[in-house]
Design a protein around this ligand. Structure first.
Ligand SMILES: *Cc1c(COP(=O)(O)O)cnc(C)c1O
Length: 397
């Protein structure tokens, strides 16, 4: 019942590919969706087959028709040689790094990286003898000056977590390739729909499927895709650790995939509308959204990205902490909580001042990160306007 991974769908347009990729009703007794296969043991008909591990699947940790369906669909969409699935986005970052590094190696990581990735580098990788240097996300081709003879990986994330610095990925790729280092990118924000990673020179791309692929805040999943050059070592590292995902989560992710493009298009539209609205609010000092012409990284975003997802930040004019709390505590639609990519709008305050090391973070006011969900934008605007009114009243009191 396996989906033939050689059945590629590259000749279709992107919107068609998310519907057909990783799915073969003729091989699924006519049912539209690939079922959730559960299993550890795979049995063999003869001793000879067992001895030679003959057959498409050999053991549950190494893949099932269900995991293979999502892997092949994702490779198709990301333009990758192969993909593996792991239990979370953070596990995907860890697997990508472990696939390329050994004791004595040096690693360059963007200062705007997702904070738990920074923690993984500073704790586990440091313990295993890998040295990490953080770089300014706006460094571009200047990254070459930070490369040492033992630099094996440049780890990038664009736009930056929380602050949305847009990086020059083709320039980073060129510098990394010239020195034989791998370029790994956390592509969770744009997804392969809005940034085709391997086409732009990324060797290994990481996606937190927890976000837009799941799309409903009800699952945790990570995907690691690689180009021809790096695929084998990603697959081998995965097999060596068996960091595999349970069948229900893979099933839900396949289900999420079918509407992912549609949701992203809507969240892009609504996100830009909300970002423009916030630019007109007197309480807002600056909107950090790559699709706004006023944003510093806009030109590079426009050159390299095909769209924007629904996550961005704002910097407020200085107000006391308790005034920010008065705004956030009473919101009706925007909930406060981590993660994003679901159907519901979220808001979180943040401050990167205390942990960035290569750059100084000084936005000049409190910062908020917003995830725009699928609610009506008029309701969302009204929710924020009422919040600003509470902020103003609290400040005056
Ligand atoms: C959320 C996130 C992750 C981690 O995903 P989890 O599934 O929550 O572990 C990694 N990178 C980025 C950019 C994220 O936003």
């Amino acid at each position: 019942m396996a989906v033939d991974s050689s059945r590629r769908t590259q000749h279709f347009k992107a919107r068609t590919r998310v519907v057909v990729a990783g799915r073969d009703p003729a091989a699924q007794h006519g049912f539209v969706n690939m079922p959730a296969f559960r299993g550890s043991t795979v049995v063999y008909p003869t001793m000879d087959d067992l001895t030679h591990r003959r057959g498409r699947f050999s053991y549950g940790t190494r893949g099932t028709p269900t995991t293979e369906a999502l892997e092949s669909a994702w490779s198709d969409i990301a333009g990758a040689a192969g993909t593996v699935l792991v239990p979370s986005g953070l596990a995907a970052c860890a697997l990508a790094l472990m696939s390329c590094l050994k004791a004595g190696d040096h690693l360059l990581v963007t200062d705007s990286v997702y904070r738990p990735t920074r923690n993984f580098c500073n704790s586990v990788l440091a313990r295993f003898g890998v040295e990490t240097t953080y770089y300014d996300p706006l460094i571009g081709s200047g990254i070459a000056d930070l490369m040492k003879p033992n630099t094996k990986v440049v780890f990038t994330e664009a736009p930056g977590s929380q602050t949305f610095e847009v990086q020059d990925i083709p320039a980073l790729s060129e510098a990394a390739r010239a020195r034989g280092a791998a370029l790994i990118m956390d592509n969770t924000w744009a997804t392969p729909f809005f940034f085709p990673p391997h086409e732009r020179g990324v060797d290994i791309a990481v996606e937190a499927g927890t976000k837009y692929l799941g799309g409903h805040s009800d699952l945790l999943l990570g995907l690691v895709s690689a180009n021809e050059q790096y695929w084998r070592r990603v697959r081998d590292t995965f097999d060596a650790m068996a960091m595999c995902v349970g069948p229900e989560d893979v099933y839900l992710a396949l289900r999420g995939l079918r509407t992912m493009r549609l949701r992203l298009d809507e969240q892009e539209r609504a996100g830009i509308e909300m970002a423009r609205f916030l630019e007109t609010c007197p309480e807002v000092k600056k909107v950090l959204h790559p699709a706004l012409p006023s944003f510093e990284g806009h030109a590079i975003w426009k050159r390299d990205f095909l769209g924007a997802s629904g996550l961005f930040s704002v910097v407020l004019h200085p107000v006391p902490q308790m005034a920010v709390a008065a705004m956030l505590d009473g919101l009706e639609l925007f909930a406060m909580g981590y993660s994003w990519g679901g159907f519901e709008s979220l808001i979180v305050p943040f401050d990167c001042k205390d942990y960035r090391t290569a750059t100084k973070f000084d936005p000049g006011g409190p910062c908020l990160r917003l995830q725009i969900g699928l609610e009506d934008t008029e309701d969302l605007k009204a929710d924020l306007e009422k919040g600003f009114a509470r902020m103003k009243a609290a400040k005056a009191a």
